[in-house]
Design a protein around this ligand. Structure first.
Ligand code: 6R9
Length: 592
């Protein structure tokens, strides 16, 4: 045992056994199914009348969906999948805004033991179709508009995609046969009509806790996006952290502002709060300072899980805006996704009377791993400490800036305050079980008995963890993880572009913004018009959330001897920093 292991929380496995015992399990010992724990068991225990979803619609109407409603609607969805021949392990992709149908589809798919793969509705056609292809998407639940704009033209490249269910139905076709206009492709149907034909009852089949439940795409430095595989057992960690970190209690009003197209919006926007029997605010509209405060006040939100980008936008509007509202119902405000700078933590106190609790986790970890739990003495700027059941190490770095691995072994840094790669001891319930079709990339995440996170951090003498940056080149913009390779590949599709390097530059609100440097093919001139054209070209393919905000020309992109473009040098150049010392470039608003 190393020195670090002796500081680990007591008997991590015992924590998870207790978490498992807190679940109902399927009747007749048929295993564990996330949707049963999230919805049906509350109905069984007599809480069917409790509101599960409070949907704030774009037209200002508020629609409540009770646990009993959600149980029936998801049963109908599960029956529909069965009728369509969609079975265990088949992938159901979701490309939707924050609408109730999304929750019905997630829970119904899980009941039918299909695998849920959420997509961000602001992605352009490129990222959408690529993920559908990589994940062998068999069913897509979306809207007619999103389908037309992002999928229809590539339908021929998606042979596995058999069924498209439109929440608003193909226009003009109330029968749901989907035989109207340009939506005439086989398998396009109106979801409302499909559901109306199904029964309210569905018996969840036996579900092994190790059965695949969710597929979350995430990005690395190179290559295609990676589909992180999660299993039904993950619900143990969702429920345990909802209680221990977010302090969620039955009947609480809870608002998670993350989009359900990303892992936070699924794990903590759907699964975790429903497991504890809370009421989830589902806000269809985008960020707006006044409306957000009005929402917190009018619905008497008790627990609010948000992100640094949103907090910085609220800060810009001033704490006085918050104090115009009665936010007395708020018990806990937590944050995730990017570094929460110390000013953000203390600003919470000024604005809401609560310091903001930072939490850290990743798509791969499935649930919160490090947090400032309620009652803990918060050190502004620190991510907090490992949650019960999680063991963390800081590993000594090698030349490439990642943990040094020699003969399969790594070195733990035990002295305080030294920066190294953050690593976690595998074995927690919500840990990803693989990257779909990419065994080698999965294996590469582990060394010396640790899962390597790709983040750099330090631990102080009291065990608090401080984020100090990414060890790789991925970009976090407004909390969204963006792979530079995916952006470079899109730029390279333009005939003018010979080479492209993509990197993040600091931004006071979004944390980082995507920036690109390209070299041009012979015959093209580096003009302002071409710059605009390339940015527009990337936006059309990738969507505005992923495309570069800035683009510059450079015929001599810096490269390693093996010919790899050095993104960190590009970043240093863009920021006017010395190129030799790129390792010290911290994240903007960095917590350290
Ligand atoms: C949940 C989620 C994971 C990466 C992670 C890290 C960054 C997340 C953070 C944080 C500093 C925090 N990150 N929480 N950085 N402080 N509290 O965001 O998952 O999209 O996979 O991103 O986000 O770099 O490695 P995902």
């Amino acid at each position: 045992m190393t020195a670090a292991s002796t500081r680990m929380p007591s008997r991590p496995q015992a924590v998870w056994s207790a978490g498992r015992a807190d679940l109902d399990g399927l009747p007749d010992a048929w295993g564990v199914n996330i949707a049963y724990e999230a919805v049906d068991r509350h109905v069984k225990h007599g809480h069917g009348d409790r509101v599960a979803l409070r949907c704030l619609r774009a037209d200002d109407l508020v629609r409540d969906v009770t646990y009993a409603d959600l149980s029936r609607a998801s049963n109908r969805f599960a029956n529909a999948l069965r009728r369509l021949g969609v079975g265990p392990g088949d992938r159901v992709f979701l490309l939707l805004g924050r609408v109730p149908e999304l929750y019905v589809a997630v829970l119904g798919s899980l009941k039918a033991k299909a695998v849920v793969a959420p997509l961000f509705s602001a992605f352009g056609p490129g990222p959408v179709t690529q993920r559908l292809r990589l994940g062998d998407g068999r069913v897509l639940v979306t809207s007619a508009d999103l389908y037309r704009r992002k999928v229809a033209t590539s339908r021929g490249d998606l042979p596995a995609l058999r069924h498209v269910l439109l929440v608003d139905g193909p226009a003009g076709d109330s029968a749901g046969r989907g035989d109207s206009g340009d939506l005439a492709d086989a398998g396009v149907a109106a979801l409302p009509a499909v559901l109306a034909a199904e029964r309210d009852e569905f018996e969840i089949p036996p579900t092994d806790p190790e059965d695949m439940a969710l597929l979350h795409f995430t990005s690395g430095t190179t290559g295609t996006p990676k589909g992180a595989v999660h299993v039904h057992e993950a619900v143990v960690a969702h429920q345990a952290t909802a209680r221990a970190v977010l302090d969620l209690r039955p009947g609480d009003i809870y608002w998670c502002t993350a989009d359900p197209g990303w892992v936070t919006g699924t794990s903590y926007g759907i699964v975790a709060p429903l497991c504890v029997g809370a009421t989830v605010i589902v806000d269809e509209r985008e960020f707006d300072v006044g409306r957000w405060y009005a929402t917190l006040a009018a619905h008497r939100v008790n627990v609010w899980y948000t992100a640094p980008t949103a907090i910085r936008m609220l800060m810009r509007a001033g704490a006085a805006r918050a104090r115009e509202h009665d936010l007395s119902a708020l018990r806990l405000v937590a944050s995730v996704g990017e570094p929460l700078h110390p000013e953000g933590v203390t600003w919470g106190e000024e604005a809401f009377g609560h310091r903001i609790h930072d939490t850290w986790w990743q798509t791969e970890t499935g649930a919160i791993m490090i947090a400032n739990v309620p009652g803990m003495d918060i050190r502004p700027g620190s991510m907090g400490k490992p949650v019960p059941g999680i063991e963390v190490a800081i590993l000594a770095l090698g030349e490439g800036g990642r943990a040094a691995v020699r003969h399969g072994a790594v070195t733990e840094i035990v002295e305080p305050d030294a920066v190294g790669e953050l690593a976690l001891r595998p074995g927690w319930p919500s840990m990803f079980r693989g990257y779909l079709h990419a065994e080698e990339r999965y294996e590469a995440c582990f060394a010396g008995g640790w899962y390597l996170t790709g983040d750099l951090a330090r631990r102080d003498a009291d065990g608090y963890l401080w984020f100090s940056g990414r060890a790789d080149d991925v970009i976090k913009s407004a909390g969204h993880l963006i792979g530079p390779f995916e952006v470079e590949a899109a730029l390279l599709e333009h005939p003018a572009v010979a080479e492209a390097g993509v990197f993040g530059v600091p931004d006071p609100i979004a944390g980082e913004l995507v920036s690109a440097r390209v070299s041009l093919r012979p015959g093209y001139e580096p003009t302002a018009a071409l710059r605009r054209e390339l940015i527009g070209f990337a936006r059309k393919r990738l969507g505005a959330a992923v495309a570069p905000k800035f683009l510059d020309f450079d015929q001599q992109l810096p490269k390693t001897r093996s010919g790899k473009i050095m993104r960190r040098v590009l970043r240093a150049r863009a920021l006017g920093l010395p190129e030799g010392d790129v390792s010290t470039l911290d994240q903007p608003g960095g917590a350290s």
